[in-house]
Ligand binder design. Structure first.
Ligand code: URA
Length: 478
C-alpha cells in the first residue's frame, strides 16, 4: 500500500508528481491512499520513504490536465483517488475523456464545472468593506466558498481592484493584495471579518435603485444569488422588504382592477403556434456563465446574459453590458436601460414581453481611479460572442430582431452594417427573421445639444413604433 501525503488541499503539483511516479511504477489505484499533511493518518499507516519515479514517460491528453487542475479544487475528499483512477484508465484508453457517460469522466467533469461555478459566484458576491480611513484604508471581505477556489479567484480581484489594498478572508485560506502581488495566508474565523462601513449604505442604495419590482422573478433571483450568499451581502437585508413591497404593489394593482390600455398600446395576441427553439434560455445562461471565448471575462464581474420570455416576439440587441449591468448581472438596467424603457413605453411596447440582450456579454472597460470607463468591443470580441447571440436567436425564434447601434448591427448581420443607411425599415435575414436597425440609447445620452437629443429620441421612438406596427400586422395576418 502506498500512502501519499500532499502539502495542502490544492496541491496539484504534489498530486501530479506522485501520480506520475505511481503510474510509472504500475501501482494500481486500489493500492494508494491520499491525504493532506496535518490530517489524521490512516490506521496502520507506516512512515513511507518518498516514491522515486522509475525512468520513463507517458502522455495524457492536455484536456485531462486542465480538467484535473479544476477538479482538484473540489471539496470532495475522494478527489485525489478519483483523479488517479482516471489517469490510470487513460493510460489504457487515451480517448476515455470522450466517453461522457463513463462514471469517472462524468464525476470529474461535474466537479470541474462546480468549481468554475463557485469561482463565478465568488467574483459576483464578494463585497469589500472599508477598514481605516483615507490613506490607511484597506478593504476587507468575508466569503465562504463551497470549494477551494480562493487562489483561483484571487487574480480577478487583483486586476479589478488593482489600486486598492484588499484582503479576502475565508475559513480555508485568505488572499491579500498590496498593489503588487497576491499573498495567501491560513484561513480565519468569521469573527475576524469587519461587518459594517461607510460604503455599505452606498451599495444598499444602489441595489435598491436597480431593483425593478415589475421584473421580479424570485426563483431566478434565488438561483443567481442563492440564499447561502445572502448573509455576507450588504444588500441582503433589502431583499425581503423589496420582494414584499413588490407583492404589496401587485396586490394593490389587483384590488384597483385592471385599467384599459390605450388603444395603440394594446398588445397583439400571441400567435397560436410558437416555433420551438433548440436550447432552453436558462441552460444557455448557465453555459454562458463560464464563457472564456475571449479575454473580456477576465475583468468583468460576470456574464450578463439576455433576459426576457422565451416566447418573446421581439428581440432587442444592444452592444455590451455597462458598469451597472456588470454588477447586477442583467442587461439594460443602468442609464441606457432607463432611456430604453421610456422609449419602449412611448412606442407601445411592454418591456416584459420582449427579450433583451447584448452582442457582447461581458463588460469591457479601462479602470480610471474608482471609475470603470466603457470601451467599445472590437471585431474579434464581437465574433467570439456571436455564438451566444445565434443560440439565443435559435431558442427565442423572434419575429423581429432590433439591432441598436453599430456593434449590435455587426453581430445581427454578421458584418459591419452602417446604421443610417439601413435604419428604419425591416430587412430580411438569411434565416427568414426580420431585422430592424436603429441607434443605441447611449448615443442619445451622449448628445450634448438638448434639441438634437430630443429630435434623435423621437426618431428612436419612431423606429420602435415601426417594430410595434410590424408585430401588430403580422399578428392580424396570422
Ligand atoms: N448598453 C448596452 O448595450 N447594453 C446594456 O445592457 C447596457 C448598456
Amino acid at each position: 500500500m502506498h500512502h501519499i501525503i500532499l502539502d495542502d488541499e490544492t496541491d496539484f503539483d504534489g498530486w501530479r508528481k506522485a501520480a506520475r511516479a505511481l503510474a510509472l511504477s504500475d501501482v494500481k489505484p486500489s493500492d494508494v491512499t491520499w491525504r493532506i499533511a496535518g490530517d489524521a493518518p490512516e490506521l496502520f499507516e507506516p512512515a513511507a520513504p518518498p516514491l522515486e519515479p522509475p525512468p520513463g514517460t507517458f502522455n495524457v491528453p492536455a484536456r485531462f490536465v486542465e480538467l484535473a487542475e479544476m477538479a482538484i479544487l473540489h471539496r470532495n475528499p475522494e478527489r485525489f483517488a478519483l483523479l488517479y483512477r482516471l489517469l490510470w484508465r487513460l493510460r489504457q484508453n487515451h480517448d476515455l475523456l470522450d466517453i461522457a457517460t463513463d462514471p469517472d469522466v462524468a464525476e470529474v467533469a461535474a466537479m470541474a464545472k462546480a468549481v468554475r461555478r463557485d469561482e463565478h459566484k465568488m467574483h459576483a458576491f464578494v463585497r469589500f468593506r472599508e477598514v481605516g480611513r483615507e490613506h490607511t484604508s484597506h478593504f476587507v471581505a468575508w466569503f465562504e466558498p463551497e470549494h477551494h477556489i480562493v487562489e483561483l479567484a484571487a487574480p480577478f480581484f487583483a486586476r479589478r481592484f488593482a489600486d486598492m489594498p484588499w484582503s479576502i478572508l475565508t475559513p480555508d485560506v485568505c488572499a491579500h493584495w498590496d498593489g503588487h502581488a497576491v499573498s495567501i495566508t491560513p484561513g480565519v474565523a468569521k469573527s475576524e471579518a469587519p461587518t459594517a462601513d461607510r460604503l455599505e449604505e452606498t451599495w444598499r442604495r444602489y441595489y435598491a435603485s436597480i431593483f425593478n419590482p415589475a421584473r421580479l422573478k424570485v426563483k431566478a433571483m434565488q438561483a443567481e444569488m442563492p440564499k447561502k450568499y445572502w448573509r455576507n451581502l450588504p444588500e441582503a437585508s433589502l431583499i425581503k422588504p423589496l420582494i414584499e413591497g413588490a407583492e404589496r404593489s401587485t396586490s394593490a394593482m389587483i384590488e384597483n382592477g385592471a385599467t384599459e390600455p390605450h388603444k395603440a398600446q394594446k398588445r397583439p395576441e400571441p400567435p397560436m403556434v410558437r416555433r420551438k427553439g433548440q436550447d432552453d434560455i436558462e441552460t444557455l445562461r448557465e453555459e454562458a456563465a463560464d464563457c472564456r471565448a475571449c479575454p473580456l471575462y477576465k475583468n468583468a464581474t460576470q456574464t450578463v446574459f439576455g433576459e426576457g420570455p422565451q416566447t418573446a416576439r421581439i428581440m432587442l440587441v444592444g452592444e455590451q453590458p455597462g458598469d451597472k449591468e456588470d454588477l447586477a448581472g442583467k442587461p439594460f438596467v443602468g442609464p441606457a436601460g432607463q432611456m430604453l424603457d421610456r422609449a419602449l413605453e412611448e412606442a407601445g411596447i411592454d418591456r416584459s414581453t420582449v427579450y433583451v440582450t447584448n452582442a457582447v456579454k461581458h463588460f469591457k472597460f479601462v479602470p480610471r481611479g474608482k471609475i470603470r470607463l466603457h470601451q467599445k468591443p472590437n471585431t474579434p470580441e464581437i465574433k467570439a460572442c456571436r455564438q451566444w447571440y445565434e443560440r439565443e436567436l435559435a431558442a427565442i425564434k423572434p419575429d423581429l430582431v432590433v439591432a441598436m447601434g453599430a456593434t449590435a448591427a455587426q453581430s445581427v448581420f454578421g458584418k459591419i452594417t452602417p446604421i443610417n443607411k439601413n435604419r428604419g425599415h425591416p430587412i430580411d435575414l438569411d434565416d427568414g427573421t426580420r431585422a430592424l436597425v436603429t441607434v443605441h440609447p447611449s448615443y442619445l445620452l451622449r448628445l450634448p445639444d438638448a434639441d438634437a437629443k430630443a429630435q434623435e429620441y423621437r426618431r428612436f421612438v419612431q423606429d420602435l413604433k415601426i417594430a410595434a406596427d410590424m408585430l401588430r400586422k403580422s399578428a392580424h395576418a396570422a
